[in-house]
Design a protein around this ligand. Structure first.
Ligand code: AVI
Length: 330
């Protein structure tokens, strides 16, 4: 595990433990593509271009979650800071450019900031820049895939861990997986046999189907490009021959399951060949590429409680479209 530390206060420490295992990735993708209902994990939406397209999605008029969450933080920061307290070990899950957490620094005054992301080079640059702006905050960047076990290096302080998981990324797990994931966070809040710290999380709420449908099928077609770009990524990872013009973006809110489903649908019959497999997709056949679950406030609080969190405070916007929760590890 290469570690680079420095005694200079303008440099952030960085630990990289994530290394993509090409064979494992190809085996997982092949299995998904050959399943009766073809599917891929949403993590494959994020190659370099996919990450940029997602950033563009966050700017779209139809995609309300990013700006609604930001407004909740801006409008309720003093109350959120009062609930969380100061001096936490702020662990930022999927930190990206670290901008969301940086907006909390002044109010939360973390004793250590630990941004984690699978996009190692991007994170290394972001945390390097941030350290120049906030030299007084100890920073430790982690290049890590946190969707599996939550094994944090010893250099991450144990006391008062506050996991920060904004953007409703929790919605990309199904509810049992979400509880499992939250439980792992709760376990990582254990200090000498007792619970400390907690979780600050953003959650998208159930709303009118038309608003949800539009948020995932925008007029400009950016979400369509984001979804279709997955096929280019698969071509690179698998040596596959997906021809993008053979596919179209489909996204809709399934009211029964309370989730957005995102699919790629074959416009015409297409035979796809890759290293280790091949499949003929008939016209109209789909590859399921993402779910994005939406919750009621009470439903999500129950999930938190199942995972071992309690004493939950919530903040929402005027329209009740999005919720920010602070939950204590109990
Ligand atoms: C990252 N995640 C929370 C986004 C969502 O809303 O589920 C990903 C996304 N997919 C399409 N648009 C945005």
């Amino acid at each position: 595990m290469p570690i680079s530390t420095s005694s200079e206060s303008f440099q952030a420490a960085f630990i990289q433990s994530y290394k993509q295992d090409g064979d494992a990735v190809r085996a997982e993708l092949s299995m998904g593509l050959l399943a009766p209902q073809a599917m891929t994990s949403p993590k494959y939406l994020y190659d370099a271009l996919g990450s940029r397209l997602f950033a563009a999605i966050c700017e779209l008029p139809e995609y309300y979650p990013t700006r609604t969450e930001a407004a909740i933080f801006a409008d309720h920061l003093p109350e959120i800071a009062q609930s969380v307290g100061t001096g936490a070990t702020l662990i930022d899950l999927g930190a990206g450019n670290c901008a969301k957490a940086a907006r909390l620094f002044e109010s939360l005054q973390p004793s250590q900031y630990v941004p984690i992301d699978i996009s190692v080079d991007f994170l290394r640059d972001a945390v390097g820049l941030l350290k120049q702006q906030y030299p007084e905050i100890e920073m430790l960047g982690l290049g890590l895939d946190f969707s599996g076990a939550m094994i944090l290096p010893q250099a991450v302080q144990r006391r008062q861990r506050l996991f920060f998981y904004p953007g409703s990324s929790i919605g990309n797990f199904n509810p049992p997986q979400a509880v499992e994931f939250l439980r792992r966070l709760r376990e990582a809040c254990e200090v000498d046999g007792h619970a400390e710290g907690g979780l600050l999380i953003g959650v998208d709420l159930i709303k009118d189907k038309a608003i949800l449908d539009a948020a995932y099928a925008d007029a400009l077609g950016v979400t369509a490009a984001f979804n279709l770009n997955l096929l280019s990524h698969l071509n690179n990872l698998l040596g596959a021959n997906f021809y993008l013009r053979d596919w179209r973006h489909r996204a809709f809110f399934d009211v029964e399951r309370s989730r957005i489903e995102m699919h790629l649908e074959a416009r015409r019959g297409a035979t796809v060949i890759w290293k280790g497999g091949q499949r003929h997709f008939v016209e109209g056949e789909r590859i399921h590429t993402e779910n994005s679950y939406k919750y009621t406030q009470d439903g999500f609080i129950k999930l938190l409680e199942q995972a071992g969190f309690g004493r939950v405070s919530t903040w929402t916007d005027r329209r009740n479209w999005f919720m920010v929760c602070h939950a204590h590890a109990v």
